[in-house]
Write a protein that binds this ligand. Structure first.
Ligand code: SF4
Length: 486
């Protein structure tokens, strides 16, 4: 599973991973809602420990990083910290980083450079996430003003590390990947009041030759099914109606409890929780995508009719060098399984162009795969070699201009496919969870169960967080517009 940018790309913000900046968001949900308790005091341990401290947290990267940041914010809030909107207002500045692409990692160092002066003002600066894991203590050499370096596999030790910083330690690290723990917190500060992310599996045991994730996030660790279901019930009680289960390879979930729930059983159990109306999951690995998952989608309409199934290349030869563990034909069997379901399933994917050794004919196989599958959205990238990955030693001989050309061809092909697919939706009515309100009066936006975003008009005064029926009145390659169907 390759992580994809958190920007609307070819009409779908589905992706798994994102490289845009997620600026620090203010605490936007009242504490009672987070803790489920009438008063915050006593709800969490050590609330006084960081009394008076303020933090700024900026997130680069994927939905898993977004959700890790929600949990990091929860840890800090539970220690009495207050979240602020700017680094200037903060005593603790944290960057949760992404290293999936070279550019994303460079962005982190340039951002750190901007805050060089802040340490002399007494601020503590910390680097979390994949760049922290990848660069380790070298970050202290490149940016000596940094005090905390913690990879995502060590987040469970974060409270301890923050205690050390509070006690005056200048250099604190958490870089172990040898762990069987998942990062669970007593309080998670969620950014979205209707849809909750929930990580059910962390790390990755696959070994795709281009990917840093097994190195930066460590081996696969699944969260206990009873703990997941307990949190889903709490979320429903707090008013969340959509739950998105997260994992680098979410469908490789292996319940560590005696119950040994399969991933498909977990999907059904989450959907059964009273108050939950939608269950999403991201990202699925093709090799572990089994018929029972499609059967669960068929059986339970609350399980969303959208699957993100990264293919990366349409050429079996390239898939082999990528160590993707499936062939083009095997991947297409998974697609056929979904196409045979009793309700339509929207399928999105990730593509890498210009992988070492990709010939023109390999590339044409990717284009023919797009024509065959007709994805509702995709994230496409030019290959860039990453540290600590097997593909680093492969000859990256395809010139940048050629990679750029192939990327443009993929994007243009997908644009055509989406324009045709979206045009077919005109006149149809879909249920939308309203999550956006335009500055223009009576203009709203939201997502269908198949994760298509629709902008629509409604004369209602307040719709945020509600489910409404929307009739599609117009469609372009990257957008759908509609009107509230009352
Ligand atoms: S190694 Fe794991 S996280 Fe990386 S692309 Fe492969 S399946 Fe995804």
């Amino acid at each position: 599973m390759l992580r994809t940018p958190n920007k609307r790309f070819l009409g779908v913000k589905a992706g798994v991973i994102n490289c845009d900046l997620g600026m620090s968001k203010l605490f936007d949900i009242e504490l009672e809602r987070l803790t489920g308790q009438p008063s915050y005091s006593g709800a969490v341990r050590g609330a006084a420990a960081g009394q008076g401290g303020t933090f700024f947290l900026e997130t680069f990267g994927c939905q898993m990083n977004d959700h890790d940041s929600e949990k990091v914010a929860g840890v800090l809030l539970s220690r009495g910290y207050r979240q602020v909107e700017t680094p200037d207002a903060a005593s603790l500045i944290l960057y949760n980083t992404c290293s999936i692409r070279e550019k994303a990692a460079q962005k982190v160092f340039s951002r750190l450079g901007e805050y060089r002066e802040k340490q002399s003002e007494g601020k503590i600066i910390g680097v979390l996430g994949c760049v922290a894991q990848q660069e380790g203590e070298d970050i202290f050499k490149r940016a000596p003003w940094v005090s905390l370096v913690c990879g995502s596999a060590s987040y469970s030790k974060l409270p301890e590390m923050i205690s050390q910083l509070e006690a005056g330690n200048q250099r604190v690290t958490g870089l172990d990947t040898d762990t069987d723990e998942t990062f669970e917190t007593e309080v998670t500060r969620r950014d979205n009041p209707w849809r909750a992310y929930l990580t059910i599996i962390e790390g990755c045991d696959k070994a795709c030759s281009y990917c840093v994730v097994p190195y930066t996030r460590g081996p696969e660790r699944s969260r206990a099914s009873d703990s997941i279901l307990r949190e889903v019930r709490q979320l429903a009680e707090l008013g969340y109606s959509e739950v998105q289960l997260l994992g680098q390879t979410v469908n490789s979930y292996a319940d560590p409890t005696a119950r040994k729930m399969r991933f498909s059983e977990l999907l059904l159990a989450v959907a059964d929780v009273q108050g939950i109306r939608r269950v999403r999951f991201t990202t699925s690995h093709p090799s572990d995508f089994t018929p029972d998952i499609v059967e669960a989608i068929e059986r339970q309409p609350k399980i969303c009719d959208h699957v993100h199934l990264p293919v990366q290349s349409g050429s079996t030869r390239v898939l082999r060098t990528m160590q993707r563990t499936y062939s083009r034909e095997e991947y297409l069997e998974k697609i056929a399984m979904m196409r045979g379901a009793n309700r339509p399933i929207a399928i999105t994917t990730d593509i890498i162009v210009g992988f070492p050794g990709e010939t023109e004919s390999d590339f044409e196989e990717t284009i023919s795969l797009l024509e065959e599958v007709r994805y509702t959205g995709l994230f496409a990238f030019k290959y860039s070699p990453r540290p600590n990955t097997p593909s680093l030693s492969m000859n990256d001989a395809i010139p940048e201009e050629e990679k750029g050309r192939r990327l443009a061809v993929v994007q243009e092909k997908q644009r055509e496919i989406q324009a045709a697919g979206n045009a077919e939706m005109a006149g149809q009515t879909f249920e939308v969870l309203v999550s956006g309100k335009s500055r223009r009066e009576y203009q709203w936006s939201g997502y269908t169960t198949s994760h298509r975003m629709i902008s629509f008009a409604s004369q209602e005064r307040e719709l945020l967080g509600t489910y409404v029926q929307v009739r599609v009145t117009g469609a372009g390659p990257n957008s759908l517009v509609g009107e509230h169907a009352v």
